[in-house]
Design a protein around this ligand. Structure first.
Ligand code: NIG
Ligand code: FE
Length: 412
């Protein structure tokens, strides 16, 4: 039978797994299975075979790609982004250079409220047009599946608008998209926090659920934003409507975010720049994925999460971009892999596991993404020729991706 697409002479086929029943934790994270001198067969949207070139059956193919000198990776899974937004905020970047803090800017109507004002002023179509280039941009650096949050709407109508745009990105690009309702991202200026929480719980969550716009519910659990108690209350309400929690936890302070996540069965707790031993202990034995967003730690000059401590405690660990206009204006997953290695002392193998299998777990996508496995969606990228796997994080800031195949189709 003719194959749809064959990739041959692959120097190394990375992250090959027979099956991926669960996330990788502790020492498991240091193992990255690679088949050298390999082929990969794709039919329709799926991976149908792979192996050593010496085992390649004689087969016709509609299209053949020679990957001599290059590695083939499963697409990155970016489990935390805010790529639907109206405008960048480089003016705040300059304020920060001159000494203002993220919290001071937020308290003065900048930050999330600034993004909300701009988003509220434009139509759904306009928001889509402005956000689409970011989806295309992340495809070019190897991302094949992405989570997109709301949280710059802060009114019923604008939160729905954001989530519809996120869903539309999933329909109109070859990315796999999961969506998260983050109404509790900040309190609008003209409202008390109590009134806003009421609006989130009584109006926004039911409205989002009625249109099936969100897979998950998130809260910015942070001093000056939402407390642990408020976070738990809000996400419990989301759970009643079928949204599983994932939490913005411990970014600026020890906010109780990890506790809120574990107490409510969150699938992930993200940020963790300010995580202590107590939180690491609490995460043990849970199904909650500790996730670092190294782009945000870098951009805000925060301490990087203690990845070594977390992995050495036997826990799993994931990395994502947090691509957003305020704290992490980059959706570049290879760069996050570099930061993981350089700033958090993760090995290249650990960082690649953290950005593929473990982020796929954090988006409930392990059945279809995160590894090269027969039957999974054929979302992969072919690297530029490179001498070894370590070259990817080593050559930080350069794009290692030469060709992108998503859902079985060559897209770049
Ligand atoms: O993950 N921390 C909360 N939310 C985003 C930043 C939002 C913004 O500044 O626009 C984050 O860093
Ligand atoms: Fe975020």
């Amino acid at each position: 039978m003719t194959a749809d697409l064959l990739i041959v002479n692959i120097k190394g086929l990375v992250q090959v797994r027979k099956s991926t029943p669960h996330f990788l934790a502790g020492l498991e994270m240091s193992q990255l299975p690679i088949v050298e001198n390999a082929f990969l067969r794709i039919d329709g949207e799926k991976i149908t075979a792979f192996g050593k070139m010496t085992e390649l059956p004689v087969v016709e193919a509609r299209e053949t790609i020679d990957a001599t000198g290059s590695y083939v990776f499963p697409s990155f899974v970016d489990s935390h982004t805010h790529i639907v937004f109206a405008a960048y905020r480089e003016e705040e970047f300059v304020m920060k250079i001159k000494g203002a803090t993220y919290e001071q800017i937020a308290a003065n109507g900048g930050g999330i409220l600034n993004s909300a004002k701009k988003l509220q002023a434009i139509s759904e179509d306009e928001l889509f047009e402005r956000s689409l280039p970011r989806a295309i941009e992340i495809i070019k650096t190897g991302t094949g599946a992405v989570e997109i949050k709301s949280g710059y709407g802060l009114t019923v109508k604008d939160e729905l608008k954001m989530l519809r745009v996120a869903k539309r990105i999933g329909r109109e690009t070859p990315l796999a998209v999961k969506t998260t309702f983050l109404g509790a991202h900040a309190v609008p200026k003209d409202m008390s926090k109590a009134d806003y929480i009421k609006l989130v719980m009584e109006e926004m969550i039911p409205a989002v659920a009625a249109e099936r716009l969100a897979d998950y519910i998130d809260v910015f659990c942070e001093q000056g934003f939402f407390s642990q108690e408020e976070t738990e209350k809000i996400v419990e309400r989301g759970k009643e409507f079928g949204m599983r929690p994932r939490i913005h936890a411990n970014q600026l302070h020890r906010s109780g975010g990890v506790q809120a996540g574990v107490n409510t069965g969150a699938i992930s707790v993200d940020h963790l720049e300010n995580i202590g031993d107590e939180e690491i202990e609490i995460l043990k034995g849970t199904s909650t994925m500790p996730t670092a967003l190294p782009g945000a730690a870098f951009f805000l000059n925060l301490p990087f999460p203690p990845a070594r401590k977390i992995i050495d405690a036997g826990l799993p660990f994931a990395i994502a971009t947090d691509y957003n206009p305020g704290s992490a204006p980059s959706g570049n997953m290879p760069l996050m892999v570099s930061y993981a290695c350089i700033k958090m002392k993760m090995t290249p193998e650990e960082a690649i596991n953290a950005s593929t299998i473990n982020t796929a777990y954090a988006l409930d996508l392990l059945d279809s993404h995160g590894s090269i496995s027969v039957g999974k969606i054929a979302s992969v990228f072919i690297t530029k020729p490179m001498p070894s796997i370590a070259f990817l994080p080593y050559s930080f800031g350069s794009n290692p991706v030469a060709k992108v195949i998503l859902k079985g189709k060559i897209v770049f």
